[in-house]
Ligand binder design. Structure first.
Ligand SMILES: [Zn+2]
Ligand SMILES: [Zn+2]
Ligand SMILES: [Zn+2]
Ligand SMILES: [Zn+2]
Ligand SMILES: [Zn+2]
Ligand SMILES: [Zn+2]
Ligand SMILES: [Zn+2]
Length: 1754
């Protein structure tokens, strides 16, 4: 919208009523008046109703034009004080533009965020800014915008580095500090102020106006008609269908109109559905209300006076106008901000901006969008006013959020969605926290909305209604706001910030207190729970809060005083939660191994227990921070350490961990899946940081403050295992406990779990603050343990690691130090492999392993060790030392209670008995012993004096038990176990333990004398006895032999597998087969004889007999004409792969005459085969079985298969390749070696002419219906047939009945698919389609070989060779399945295209594809030849056809080669000179015949080059054809790519190297033909561009070029709009890879009808562009889509990879994506070799869900 050019010109053209209006005059009048608002209102009251809403059909263009001239122009004149076109331009010129980009994103537009420099992930750049910024060299993330939000370029707070792109770099004379109003005259400022306040006030008044029939004061229209609108409003309750149905009833509209109404209502929020007098509209309203009020609240409808609607329309326009005008100058923007935020008469929160915000939820979508846009381009773009706006926003926050929660519109349509624009600015966020209590406000508002509490004040989600659940979802957006506020941590703290943060934390703890202990569970005994309890809401809350909890801790970590106060607050909160901790629970005393402790009696399996303990967990987190920041040692006096009660701290986390153990042990089976799910999430990477991990931390913290024996006894008691280990007789467990097997099993699992827990408490030290590690060590360790399972892709690793609030795992920083990257091939993805040196850090009992992970990792690591020839013990890794605060934890490993437990388990293992112990129990005990030994070894190594070492594990395990039991020592037990036959698996580990004990003993001895210098491991190696070494060597040798044997078996199996999974091995197989087929064919040829594939002297095939094996019955069968039919599974499909004209409309299948293929090859029929051969009767039986099975299955369940049986489709029984027919295998034609001298071309043409004439008359006699022809019959036509040609001779059918049947089967199938018609074996076009398919398939293979740089022969896989031979031979036998006269008639018509025949009308040679003509002529001639007994050989005829067609093609190329560029004439040698002269002669002859429509010849040399290049594909295709038809061996030169191919090729085809000799030698004979071709009526028209002229050689088609950077595609798609619904963004823009068309896929708007079905844009396009087949790229999804027909489709990996060699289907990860050319070539190859349908078939077989997708709607 630009300012009006000039004042009076246009309106006169518009409407006579407004002719005398002058914006300038109006503006000058306004300058005079005293009460400007009143004057402007009067103006609007007069004009607005005359412009807007004049009837039922609106004309937005006319309205806008009039509004511009009558309403906006005077305002602009007033504003500028001169012609606005000059005034605004001046403003723009003097404007110092803000350095903020502020580009507002469209839906689907790409946005970029720098992972290194962005302050948080919400800071994004638009594409232009990104490309001009430093970040494009950094690690960045790319996403597509959901619409709204703007580019943060230029915002210094949004970026740690490089905040400006080139374009937004501020000038050196920094204008940002300056007041933008400084340069504006006071006069102008006043005028702007006036206009803006009047217009903004007007807009706010109108948009928030809720009266239907009145207008605000001063706006009443001068004359008021009885004109109303029935306005329908959007809600999220009623469905599209309901609305459409109701509208049809209420306002009597068509379905289509109703859909359009509903769409607009959905998009804009309201739409008038009826115009008329009040009564009329009211009636519609009542129908709508009545119809929609039955189940829910009715649709909102208002009957509004037209003037009200008119003013509302203009109000929206006015807001847009304001946004436009302030775009000219920052000064205007500032004035508007001032106007907007100026406090109104009602005091606080009464500015116009406040009014808009507070009415937000009452406005319709369209209005909200417009004013949100204005806020973004004004308030949020002015740094000063952004702050003021933020304050107002914060003040209104609670009210806005409550309105939002009550409203039902999505958040993107709510003003609350603007929070991200302010809260993520660190300085604003901090200001709002300190000055507006924002943190507390957000949390309090959140808590207020979750009202359901139980008696203890905890949240209760149990019986949540759907409405409450809906509300709960909306409330969650508050957590998002809180996250924004906290996302950047302060570097400096003011006292005020401390105070307000702690206040916020206090409120937050109130929230956590409501969660502590929520959703408790009680173990169900006896019967299963009746109803799965609701658990998801609580976990959703936990998951949403996880990052907040972590961030709170991180804030605390940055300030010691805050940390100390926070710790105290958390402790107080926890104490409050547990105030009733011991109530009602009896204290008991536990004692074991001489220690005793008091605790309470509590059983997890009997009482309430909850997984939700956020207060304990946040305290655990702070405890670690105390240790990490060393505050614990520096200010112990400030900490309430003495108030800590360790048993209280550990109690609830321990219960929770015991609950998990009991669930594993199967004790909670009756509590159903909800509990299993909760346990799963408790450990899951999304939650564990603030759940499982922190519980463990709390146990570590508690245990470090307790006597380890006491700690362990409490653990035993909570695990309900105390009674097992406490009795003195515990070592003889098997004697006493002969109870229920289930109980034993349960207890075994519980013991295992408990031992694991002890390992974790002592061993998990990789969190900074617990152990002495850096934060990167933690992540390194996570990655190592993931990669110990198997090599993983980048994305898999990311998924396994917890992300922080910035969506970063920190993996990139460390990955290279622990893993090496393996690039992907053409399939698969890049993988990270663990560096071998990292394997020794492997801990089998890593705390984040699931049980499945653990066993996979164990297996992998043992295998690795075996491969390296090492023993298979997996001892614990060496651990870093604890931080001082937790250092005492190591004593758990050597305390008496633990030793007694270890001893007990070992004792059970020594004397095994049925099921009272388990191997994994023993394994854990051994691991714990190993941990203790390593601890002792470490301490010895790190201390200079022996007495520093307080750890005496070796000593303690050597001591036998005390009297009276006198049990064996642990060491003794281990020595016993070493030889136990039932513990073979653990031998290596026991041996390792004993060795380590020995090493430590040596160390202890040595330390007395000298410090230890050797590292533990090396000394271990030294100690390995020789005997041991020998033994290991022997074992390794045995293992090697075993491996070799297995390998041999494997390769045997693989061979079978290859047969069965052919497509997987296609490539390697193809090579294999190719080489074998080559060697077979040309080895025994006589080297001297030139090989010929056509002509009377053609070379004989090598093998006489062809024997094949049926894949179904495995019987061998020779191929013979009279034998059983053998068939090849085949797939026939329509193809446009070689099309040179995609605009050609599809043929009418019933009328189309396919005899002549046009050279643009726009539609062809391709036949392919997997090469698997069957007996025809075996196949028929198989196919019938498939049909029957399919029928049964369809009756049972309506599921589809990947193939359509009703359409004759089936899967090859061997390779499951999609097929739809079979081709019979036919024997080669025997060579008739007659002594008869074969006639030359002239003679042959003459006799063929006679044959044709004889046939003509014979056919007429046969078919006398056409009277016209009878009359035309002239006596000379009754010429006698040539000698030996018997028109009435009926040739014998050489084929057996089964072969004949198969001939019909294949012919009919090809006809049906090729023409898309119903099968009709009688149709005359059957043979034509078959010949066409043969020619098309050969041509496409010839192109493929060129494109792949492969030689003509020898590189085709067997399956294609077989397929081509069968196709060619089938073609020549067609006449047997069809009638002889039909084929003869085709022949006559075909020949007439070259040799003029007065009775046939032939097309112009420019409209004929010559190779198709050649193939059809040769194949149809068989039908004529079989009636000839003159001795004329078929071979001679073939050669003559080749000559004739080749000459025709030469002429065709000369005609189409276009003006030859004047190139330097080259000196050429004798032979070439001859060719040059000949070509010139021929060219000039053609010119003479044509007049001068051909350009003059300039260079003969160049022309000859063009002709050679143009005819080469034809010659190559001809060689393939005759080779397969006649079975002649191929010359070895054509098995390579070397030079001299031309000569060999011509020779093989029995043609002279100088092709022009074909013409020159028979000039007199051919001259009349040439003349005939040139004088064809269509010739001149085609040459002059009337038809589509194809030039030769035809270039191979390629898929469209794709950009290297994927975001270029996203950008392209984001500006693509749906072609049907004017200007709307398309939701699923999809790119056709064949022609580059962008489509609006998967959407109602672009559905069309195709053959009676509704189909989406993609399916519709495939029928135009690809004969039903399509390859697409779904841009938003980054996914390739293959479609075939209406029902078949699959998704395919896109050719775009990120730096980690992975695709990103669905664009979820946002790593930059770049084109992988190899992968794109692979897709192109699939397309070119017609394998897309096959690929779809395989994909659907592999993934049944693909079958169910409605592909046709895409
Ligand atoms: Zn930008
Ligand atoms: Zn920029
Ligand atoms: Zn950066
Ligand atoms: Zn068979
Ligand atoms: Zn097969
Ligand atoms: Zn296309
Ligand atoms: Zn569309």
């Amino acid at each position: 919208m630009a300012a009006a050019e000039s004042d009076r010109e246009v309106p006169s053209a518009l409407c006579p009523k407004f002719v005398n209006f002058s914006a300038k005059d109006t503006a000058s009048k306004w300058l005079q008046v005293s009460d400007l608002p009143k004057e402007v209102y009067q103006h609007m009251a007069l004009y607005v109703p005359q412009i807007y809403c004049l009837g039922p059909n609106l004309n937005p263009q006319r309205e806008d034009l009039r509004a511009q001239l009558l309403l906006q122009a005077p305002l602009e004149w007033y504003l500028c004080g001169e012609d606005p076109s000059t005034g605004l331009a001046k403003l723009q010129q003097s404007n110092q533009p803000s350095q903020l980009c502020g580009h507002v994103f469209k839906v689907g537009e790409p946005t970029y965020s720098c992972r290194e420099c962005a302050a948080d992930p919400t800071c994004v750049l638009c594409m232009q800014c990104f490309l001009g910024s430093v970040h494009k060299e950094h690690r960045y993330r790319m996403t597509t915008s959901g619409g709204g939000g703007f580019c943060d370029c230029g915002d210094t707070e949004a970026w740690k580095k490089g905040p400006y792109c080139h374009k937004h770099e501020p000038n050196i004379s920094d204008a940002s500090q300056e007041d933008p109003l400084a340069h504006m005259s006071a006069d102008m400022i006043a005028r702007c102020y006036n206009v803006f306040s009047i217009i903004l006030k007007y807009a706010v008044d109108m948009l928030t106006w809720d009266k239907e029939d009145e207008l605000p004061e001063g706006l009443e229209p001068p004359d008021r008609g009885d004109t109303y609108y029935c306005m329908l409003f959007n809600d999220e309750v009623h469905t599209y269908e309901q609305v459409i149905y109701t509208l049809q009833k209420a306002v009597n509209c068509t379905q289509k109109e109703a859909v359009s109404f509903a769409t607009t209502v959905d998009r804009d929020g309201r739409k008038s559905v009826r115009y008329g007098d009040f009564q009329y509209c009211e009636q519609a309203k009542s129908v709508i209300v009545r119809n929609t009020s039955r189940q829910s609240k009715p649709l909102r409808v208002q009957v509004m006076h037209s003037s009200v609607v008119a003013h509302q329309c203009f109000a929206l326009k006015a807001l847009a106008w304001l946004g436009h005008v302030i775009g000219y100058s920052d000064a205007l923007r500032r004035i508007l901000c001032q106007v907007g935020l100026q406090r109104g008469l009602e005091g606080e929160n009464s500015s116009l901006v406040d009014t808009l915000m507070l009415c937000d939820s009452k406005m319709w979508k369209g209005a909200r969008n417009v004013y949100h846009q204005l806020f973004m381009s004004s308030l949020l773009m002015d740094l000063k006013y952004k702050k003021l706006f933020a304050i107002q926003f914060a003040k209104n926050y609670e009210r806005l959020q409550s309105d939002y929660v009550k409203d039902d519109h999505d958040r993107e349509f709510s003003v609350t969605d603007l929070s991200v624009q302010m809260f993520t600015v660190p300085s604003l966020a901090r200001m709002l926290i300190t000055e507006e209590d924002l943190m507390t406000t957000i949390i309090r508002t959140f808590v207020d909305h979750l009202r359901h509490r139980d008696l203890q004040g905890r949240f209760q989600f149990e019986r949540y209604t759907a409405q409450q659940a809906f509300k709960f979802r909306r409330v969650q957006s508050l957590i998002g706001d809180l996250k924004y506020v906290l996302i950047s941590r302060p570097n400096e703290w003011s006292d005020q910030l401390r105070e307000k943060f702690l206040e916020g934390l206090d409120t937050f703890l109130e929230l956590l207190k409501c969660m502590q202990g929520m959703d408790p569970v009680v173990r169900q005994v006896g019967q299963h729970i009746e109803m799965e309890p609701e658990w998801e809401a609580a976990f959703t809350l936990q998951m949403k809060l996880t990052h907040i909890i972590s961030m709170m801790q991180e804030w605390c970590a940055t300030d010691e005083r805050v940390l100390i106060d926070a710790y105290k607050m958390c402790l107080a909160a926890l104490t409050h939660c547990h105030s009733g901790f011991t109530d009602g629970e009896q204290p008991i005393t536990l004692s074991m191994s001489g220690h005793s402790v008091d605790t309470i009696r509590y059983c997890v399996s009997q009482e309430k227990v909850s997984i939700h303990l956020p207060v304990s967990r946040i305290l655990a987190g702070l405890h670690v921070l105390l240790s990490k920041s060393e505050v614990a040692y520096r200010f112990p006096e400030l900490l309430p350490l003495s108030e800590l009660s360790p048993p209280m701290l550990i109690e609830h986390p321990l219960r929770c961990l015991v609950l998990c153990a009991q669930v594993h042990a199967g004790m909670w089976r009756r509590n159903g899946f909800s509990l299993v799910n909760q346990i799963y999430y408790y450990h899951n990477v999304k939650c564990r940081v603030e759940m499982f991990d922190k519980d463990l931390t709390m146990l570590q913290a508690g245990a470090s403050m307790m006597d380890p024996n006491h700690f362990l006894m409490i653990v035993l008691s909570r695990f309900e295992l105390y009674h097992i280990f406490s009795s003195a007789e515990c070592r003889k467990r098997y004697n006493r406990e002969n109870a229920n097997k289930d109980v034993i099993q349960q207890n075994n699992t519980l013991i295992e779990e408990m031992l694991h827990l002890i390992m974790m408490v002592v061993g998990e030290r990789f969190v900074a603050g617990i152990g002495q590690v850096e934060s990167c060590d933690e992540i390194k360790r996570e990655i190592i343990h993931q990669l110990c399972i198997r090599p993983m892709a980048h994305s898999e690793l990311v998924k396994a690691l917890p992300e922080n609030e910035n969506k970063e795992t920190g993996m990139e920083r460390v990955i290279d130090s622990v893993a090496s990257f393996k690039k992907p091939g053409v399939t698969g993805r890049g993988l990270y492999e663990l560096r071998p040196e990292c394997a020794k850090q492997f801990n089998l009992y890593f705390y984040h392993y699931s049980r499945a992970d653990q066993s996979k990792a164990e297996e992998a690591q043992r295998k690795l060790k075996r491969q390296n020839g090492e023993d298979t013990a997996l001892p614990p890794p060496v651990l870093p030392p604890f931080c001082p605060l937790l250092a005492s934890l190591v004593n758990v490993l050597q305390c008496d209670v633990l030793l007694s437990m270890l001893g007990a388990v070992l004792q059970w293992a020594v004397e095994p008995s049925g099921g009272h112990w388990s191997e994994s129990m023993l394994q854990r005990v051994l691991h714990l012993i190993g941990m203790a030994l390593l601890e002792e070894q470490q301490q010895l190594e790190n201390s200079s004096e022996d007495h520093d070492v307080t750890f005496h594990f070796t000593l303690k395990i050597s001591r036998p038990g005390e009297a009276p039991s006198n049990t064996a020592s642990i060491l003794a037990l281990l020595e016993t176990l070493q030889n136990a036959p039932h513990l073979e698996v653990h031998k290596d580990m026991i041996r390792w333990i004993l060795k380590t004990v020995a090493v430590i003993k040596t160390m202890r001895e040595r330390t007395v004398a000298a410090p230890v210098t050797t590292s533990g491991e090396r000394s271990q190696e030294e100690l390995v006895p020789d005997k041991d070494k020998a033994e290991r060597k022997r074992k390794a040798e045995l293992a090697r032999l075993r491996r070799e044997k297995i390998m041999a078996q494997m390769s045997e199996m693989q061979r079978h597998f290859i047969d069965e999974n052919k497509e997987l091995f296609q490539q390697s197989l193809e090579e294999l087969e190719a080489s074998s087929s080559t060697s077979m064919e040309h080895s025994p040829t006589t080297p001297d004889a030139a090989l010929l594939c056509v002509g009377p002297r053609r070379s004989r095939p090598l093998e006489k007999r062809q024997v094949v094996t049926c894949i179904l019955c495995q019987e061998e069968q020779e191929i013979r004409a009279d034998g059983k039919a053998m068939v090849l599974a085949a797939f026939v499909q329509r193809s446009t792969v070689m099309s040179k004209n995609r605009k050609r409309p599809p043929h009418d299948p019933d009328r189309y005459d396919p005899l002549f293929m046009h050279p643009d090859l726009s539609f062809g029929t391709h036949t392919g085969s997997c090469g698997h051969i069957m007996h025809s009767h075996c196949w028929q039986r198989y196919f019938e079985a498939v049909q029957a099975k399919e029928q049964r299955r369809q009756q049972r369940l309506r599921v589809h298969t990947s193939y359509d049986v009703e359409n004759g489709e089936f899967l090859c029984p061997l390779c499951e390749c999609l097929s739809n027919t079979v081709i019979p295998l036919l024997p080669r034609r025997a060579k008739t070696s007659s002594s008869f001298e074969q006639p030359g071309l002239e003679l042959w043409m003459k006799s063929t002419g006679q044959q044709v004439r004889a046939l003509h008359s014979a056919h007429r006699k046969l078919n006398p219906t056409s009277t016209e022809e009878m009359e035309e019959t002239k006596p000379e036509d009754e010429s006698p047939p040539p000698d030996g040609f018997a028109v009435d001779h009926t040739p014998t059918n050489p084929y057996s009945s089964t072969i004949k049947e198969m001939l019909t089967t294949f012919g009919t199938a090809t006809y049906k698919v090729g023409l898309k018609v119903h099968p009709n074996e009688q149709d005359a076009r059957v043979p034509i389609v078959c010949w066409g398919s043969c020619a098309y398939t050969i041509q496409s293979i010839e192109r493929l070989l060129v494109d792949e740089d492969k030689p003509l022969f020898g590189s085709l896989p067997c399956r294609q060779d077989d397929c081509l031979s069968s196709l060619a031979r089938f073609g020549s036998a067609c006449w047997i399945a069809t009638s002889l006269p039909t084929v003869q008639a085709h022949f006559i018509r075909l020949l007439a295209a070259l040799v003029p025949d007065p009775q046939e009308k032939a097309p112009c040679i420019l409209d004929i594809d010559m190779f198709h003509l050649l193939v059809s002529l040769v194949l149809s001639y068989q039908a004529v030849h079989c009636q000839d007994s003159s001795g004329l050989s078929m071979d001679a005829a073939q050669l003559h056809f080749l000559h004739l067609v080749t000459v025709g093609h030469l002429v065709q190329i000369l005609l189409t080669s276009g003006p030859v560029e004047a190139a330097m004439d080259q000196e050429s040698g004798g032979a070439e000179r001859e060719e040059e002269e000949a070509i010139c002669r021929l060219y000039n002859t053609i010119r003479t015949h044509l007049g001068s429509s051909l350009p003059e010849l300039t260079s003969g040399w160049h022309l000859w080059r063009c002709v050679k290049a143009g005819i080469l594909p034809y010659l190559r295709a001809a060689a393939l054809f005759f080779h397969h038809l006649n079975g002649a061996p191929t010359p070895p030169e054509l098995h390579g790519l070397g030079s001299g191919q031309w000569e060999v090729l011509c020779g093989y085809l029995n043609l002279p190297t100088n092709l022009l000799q074909l013409y020159c030698s028979y000039q007199e004979l051919l001259e009349p033909l040439l003349k005939g071709w040139c004088s064809h009526p269509d010739m001149r028209q085609t040459l002059q561009g009337g038809g589509s002229l194809v030039s030769f050689p035809r270039e191979s088609n390629r898929l469209i070029d794709l950009p290297d950077d994927y975001s270029a595609l996203i950008n392209q798609a984001s500006s693509f709009t749906c072609p049907k619904s004017g200007g709307d963004k398309s939701r699923a823009p999809t790119l056709c890879l064949v022609c580059g068309t962008m489509l609006c896929s998967q959407s109602y708007c672009c559905q069309t009808e195709l053959e009676g079905d509704d189909v989406g844009a993609c399916t519709a396009h495939t029928f135009v562009c690809g004969a039903g087949l399509g390859l697409f790229l779904r841009v938003r999804e980054s996914q390739v889509l293959f479609l075939a027909g209406k029902t078949k489709g699959c998704f395919y990996a896109p050719p775009y990879l990120d730096d980690y060699g992975e695709t990103d289907q669905g664009l979820r990860r946002g790593n930059p994506l770049h084109l992988c050319r190899e992968r794109y070539r692979k897709i192109q190859k699939l397309w070119r070799q017609h394998s897309v349908t096959e690929e779809i078939g395989h994909a659907q077989e592999a993934n049944q869900t693909l079958v169910g997708i409605d592909w046709q709607h895409l």
